[in-house]
Design a protein around this ligand. Structure first.
Ligand SMILES: Cc1cc2nc3c(=O)[nH]c(=O)nc-3n(C[C@H](O)[C@H](O)[C@H](O)COP(=O)(O)O)c2cc1C
Length: 554
């Protein structure tokens, strides 16, 4: 289990290349040695892993060692795609914890950040490129094997695994966020920092530098220890340094070094650092680019990043994240951390302990819009509603649809969710629609800039009759038989056996046992003795005299 930390133990944590080596040793890397065009082939190839019916647990990272481009150029630098969160197993290895500890390590890191330590010498500064060496074809940014993510739609190669470091000019606290950077020239890119509520932490810094009449120093960390990469997309409270949270995740302080041309500190054990100044007087059109909400972002004015210096390791590896339509690496890299943030809010801040899990729906919808709360059966309805409302309100851009279900419903199984909505909620009582939600993260256009919220309580409200599948022991026995008969392989789907939902008693249980014993006639004698006259057919029979709620359901 300590695979990655052992490899990078001198630092106390793994850097990107240590992590990739650990992934490869675990059989989690497809090493592609044949020439692959970064402009047309690379991301399209990896995309098949997410659109080709490959189960989540079989997903791997892709290491391209023979990278070319549409101009016929060859790059020495290998490109790695999917090494941060290509699958949950890859993400777990990056965190160096068992899967069931992922939530706990995030809670620990957020509650106990470990401040970074400053070092003088850093591998990320072994090679320094400055001045005229940044200008011209094949130099500066143009020397990096930056792939095109969505060939046919994107207007440029884009940096997708870049962590953009900026500093608040008022309090000196650094922010680090994963933002996209579209290449424009060998020494210029345009960066998109979301200005919406709950958007990029770098944007308020830009506003402050603008008010000061100064350019904003910025450094892009490209390829870094996984613990650092995982904090870039995380929503950390403003004014908490993400590198300290990364230290909490790594269990050791992150070693940082001062940039050469800007007054910023960056992780020393990184692959590549791009230093620069962001203009605060002018903006430049950026995109089209395929976004993580699964649509193409159309052209907007965004921030101009003028490169002042590029530093890198002697033999760096270029990291790229596959994003766009979800599931993708960019949704998987956020999912656990975001779910933990919501769970902590509901359980710790709101004190609703009967909320057992928060699940953010990932395929196609991209986490933010559809959120499930898994509530213990029997939670008072008022508490279910407090949890629904609290979840919808925590962040401006998350929780357009919030749905509460019980623990026997797997929110990742859409059939089970519809089942729960179909039988456990009454739309006239258990649904609320709230007005005035921010448009959030989504495609531009139409009337989508102003949105609403729908809350659904799809939990059981009282007792219900059991699920009509054979009891567990019969299904287990039948499965053994199925396998003995060498019938086609099974992939059990929950629910695969019946269980009580409250409206069930010992007498009925005994009758079922009698029937399975072959003595159904005994049950016939029992009911013969219970005959009554003067009743309408379909009148419920209960031995204890209770009267179930009238219904036309059967
Ligand atoms: C692959 C990837 C690309 C992203 N691109 C952007 C982007 O271009 N702009 C942006 O504002 N957020 C982007 N995000 C989301 C931010 O990383 C996320 O909102 C994060 O919280 C930002 O950190 P901050 O709050 O410290 O700014 C991206 C996330 C991922 C994983």
């Amino acid at each position: 289990m300590d695979d990655t930390s052992r490899v990078g133990s001198a630092k106390g944590y793994a850097d990107l290349q240590d992590h990739v080596a650990a992934l490869e040793a675990a059989g989690l890397v497809h090493r592609i040695t044949e020439p692959v065009n970064k402009d047309t082939e690379m991301h399209a190839l990896v995309r098949w892993q997410y659109r080709g019916g490959i189960p989540e647990h079989n997903r791997k990272a892709f290491l391209f060692t023979n990278v070319t481009d549409s101009k016929g150029r060859k790059y020495d630098m290998p490109v790695i795609v999917g090494a941060l969160a290509g699958s949950r197993e890859i993400y777990r290895m990056g965190l160096n914890v068992p899967k069931d500890q992922i939530g706990a390590i995030w809670q620990k890191a957020l509650e106990n950040p470990v401040p970074p330590v400053v070092v003088d010498k850093a591998v990320c500064q072994e090679v320094v490129i400055e001045g005229t060496d940044l200008i011209g074809v094949g130099k500066g940014l143009d020397a990096l094997p930056v792939p095109i993510s969505t060939p046919g739609f994107d207007s440029a190669p884009y940096i997708t695994a870049g962590n953009f470091v900026t500093r608040d000019p008022d309090n000196g606290i650094q922010n680090m966020g994963t933002y996209r950077g579209g290449l424009k020239a060998s020494n210029r890119m345009v960066v998109r920092m979301a200005t919406r509520n709950g958007g990029a932490g770098g944007y308020p810094h830009w506003e402050k530098y603008k008010a000061l009449g100064q350019k904003m120093p910025c450094a892009v960390v490209l390829g870094c220890p996984p613990s650092v990469a995982y904090t870039g997309p995380q929503k950390v409270t403003r004014d908490v340094d993400e590198l300290a949270v990364a230290g909490g995740l790594a269990g050791a302080p992150i070693r940082i070094v001062k940039c050469r041309t800007v007054d910023l500190m960056v992780p020393a054990d990184s692959e590549i650092i791009i230093e620069g100044l962001i203009d605060t007087t002018q903006l430049e059109p950026e995109a089209p680019f395929g976004e993580s909400h699964g649509h193409i972002s159309l052209e907007d004015f965004n921030m101009i990043f003028e490169v002042t210096c590029i530093t890198h390791r002697k033999k760096p590896m270029f990291a790229s994240i596959i994003s766009q339509v979800t599931p993708s690496e960019s949704s998987s890299i956020k999912r656990d951390a975001y779910e933990q943030m919501f769970l902590a809010h509901v359980v710790k801040t709101l004190g609703i302990r009967s909320c057992k899990r928060v699940v953010m729906h990932e395929p196609l919808t991209n986490l933010r819009r559809v959120i499930f709360l898994v509530m213990q059966q029997g939670t008072p309805r008022t508490e279910v509603w407090r949890a629904l409302q609290g979840t919808a309100m925590l962040r401006a851009d998350c929780g357009k649809y919030v749905i509460a279900v019980n623990e026997d419903i797997d929110p990742d199984n859409t059939d089970a969710v519809f089942w729960s909505m179909a039988y456990r909620s009454n739309p006239s009582q258990d649904v609320q629609i709230l007005k005035y939600r921010d448009g959030g993260h989504g495609p531009k256009g139409g009337a989508h800039s102003f949105d609403g919220t729908m809350l659904i309580d799809a939990t059981l409200k009282g007792k219900s009759a059991p699920l009509a599948l054979p009891k567990k022991e019969y299904m287990e026995h039948a499965k053994e038989m199925w396998e003995r008969l060498q019938l086609p392989p099974l992939t059990p789907e929950a629910p695969w056996h019946g269980y009580s939902l409250g409206d069930w008693n010992e007498e009925w249980d005994d009758m079922a046992k009698v029937a399975t014993r072959g003595d159904y006639m005994e049950n016939g004698k029992r009911s013969e003795g219970l005959r009554r006259s003067g009743l309408k057919p379909n009148t419920p029979f209960r031995r204890d005299g209770s009267t179930p709620e009238p219904s036309n359901n059967d």
